[in-house]
Design a protein around this ligand. Structure first.
Ligand SMILES: [Ca+2]
Ligand SMILES: [Ca+2]
Length: 471
């Protein structure tokens, strides 16, 4: 078998096969994280002490791995980390790896010293006034070769917080190159621990069993809810779930999910919804009833499900973390015979993919309250086109911060087949735009747009930048 190379974080699926090539047992997955690993540093797994920190955290600084999420930390005080090389060795290069966050320009101040006896120290790098921003490459210092048994890095703090996070401290002799096995003059022969580590530089996290396959009527009672929830549709599935909370993963897998939630009860959907294509037909509440309590899509992981989300009726709140997609595909609203109106509501900004388009569908003739409403609540969104097929309302609402106005930016929708017997009504102050020019809607489309102003209803025009304004 050829070795395969992973150059970035990747989820790898494993499966056993018998000699005839037939799959045996369950596949399983793990997340392989890309990390810098060097077991040839003189400091690798050497006896290490620190001014602050439990033993397992101190060991993180010499475990061979540069992982900014695994640091020996100290806040409010300087952190001195001392590595005992076990015997005097020739050293001419030290690299200190700290936490890094280039976006916030985090730079660490530190001093590095060498010693033969752990008492008398020789400073080889004084970066106590450093302003160079920390990166995954660490802070490297090369100096005249000296003999040392002890290497000490004292991190004084950083310019963004009081933390002194150390993820790794490495050192090398003059005949060494980082990441390369050297001659034994400066280094012990590889021991069993090194070899074990070299064979396992992929770090296993979130190892999980294959998803449970689901189709037909979904029997919830047998399902385990929580972070380990892991299901995949393998056929059309009917899923009645009146209230509750869940997390984990649901792969729509190109299938159809008929999903009913709520009905006077909110349903918190913290599940991460994935899968290419397919469709979710969502009913919030019950046929003919007035839905008073929203269900919501929440959590800090994006729903990457790229099929159609059909909000048949009910009140769906988009409540993912700001900028995290609650929906990544297209959205249909309304169109459900005998059901009342539907609301798509923003609780946080930037909840839809910039390519997600919205179509409001015509309802059956005998249905009252034939409306589809987008309630921005003072949040902002950029998305794809809008197609008006029923009475459609955009209410920009108000933000908790009075300086922030609701904003919704549709793509140029002039080619979309609007039902010109219906209307689009705008409420609230803020920005609604179609494309970025005065041609983002046709004159016929503009003729059915009403803007509610303090002075009453006004007809609409598009400014040169695509924003709607009273005419
Ligand atoms: Ca480390
Ligand atoms: Ca967006």
């Amino acid at each position: 078998m050829k070795p395969f190379r992973i150059t970035d974080d990747a989820t790898v699926t494993f499966q056993y096969f018998d000699e005839s090539g037939k799959a045996k047992g369950e596949p399983w997955r793990m997340l392989a994280r890309s990390v810098d690993f060097d077991p040839y540093s003189l400091t690798y797994k050497k006896e290490t002490t620190a001014t602050v920190g439990a033993k397992e955290f101190v060991e993180l600084a010499v475990d061979g791995l540069v992982d900014k999420n695994e640091c020996l930390n100290a806040s409010d005080v300087k952190q001195a980390l001392t590595v005992d090389l076990g015997k005097e060795l020739a050293v001419n290069r030290v690299t200190l790896y700290t936490f890094w966050n280039a976006d916030e320009g985090r730079a660490y101040q530190y001093v590095i010293d060498l010693s033969a006896d752990n008492k008398t120290w020789n400073t080889v790098a004084d970066a106590s006034t450093n302003t160079v921003v920390a990166t995954p490459k660490g802070y490297s210092h090369t100096f005249d070769t000296g003999k040392a048994r002890y290497i000490r890095a004292t991190v004084l703090g950083n310019n963004r917080s009081k933390g002194s996070e150390i993820t790794e401290l490495r050192a090398y002799g003059p005949d060494q190159k980082p990441g390369v096995r050297s001659t034994p003059s400066t280094q012990d022969q590889p021991n069993a621990q090194w070899l074990a580590d070299l064979q396992f530089i992929m770090r296993a996290e979130n190892a999980s069993m294959a998803p449970t396959e689901v189709s037909g009527k979904w029997d919830l009672i047998k399902m385990a809810w929580g972070p380990n929830f892991n299901c995949k549709l393998v056929g059309e599935t009917n899923f009645d779930w009146q209230c509750g909370e869940a997390s984990g993963v649901l792969d729509i897998n190109g299938q159809t999910l008929n999903w009913c939630t709520g009905g006077g009860n909110g349903t918190a959907v913290g599940i991460t919804i994935t899968g290419k294509g397919g469709r979710i037909n969502w009913d919030g509440g019950y046929s003919g009833g007035w839905v008073t309590y929203p269900s919501d899509l929440r959590g800090d992981r994006p729903n990457t499900f790229s099929g159609v989300f059909h909000l048949r009726h009910g009140y769906m709140l988009l409540r993912k973390s700001a900028g995290v997609n609650a929906l990544s595909g297209d959205i249909e609203m309304g169109g459900a015979d005998g059901f009342n109106e539907c609301f798509l509501v923003w609780d946080k900004p930037d909840q839809l993919a910039d390519t997600s388009s919205i179509v409001t569908l015509p309802l059956a003739k005998d249905v009252k309250n034939q409306r589809a409403s987008l309630l921005l609540q003072g949040q902002s969104e950029t998305l794809g086109t809008l197609t008006v097929g029923t009475e459609t309302i955009i209410d920009l609402g108000t933000n908790k911060d009075p300086n922030i106005k609701g904003t919704i930016r549709f793509a140029d929708s002039s080619k979309k087949p609007w039902d010109l017997t219906k209307s689009l009504t705008l409420k609230g102050t803020g920005t609604v735009s179609f494309g970025n020019s005065a041609t983002g809607l046709t004159p016929a489309q503009l003729a059915i747009v009403n803007i509610e102003t303090p002075q009453g209803k006004a007809k609409a025009k598009l400014n040169a930048d695509g924003t709607l304004a009273p005419r």
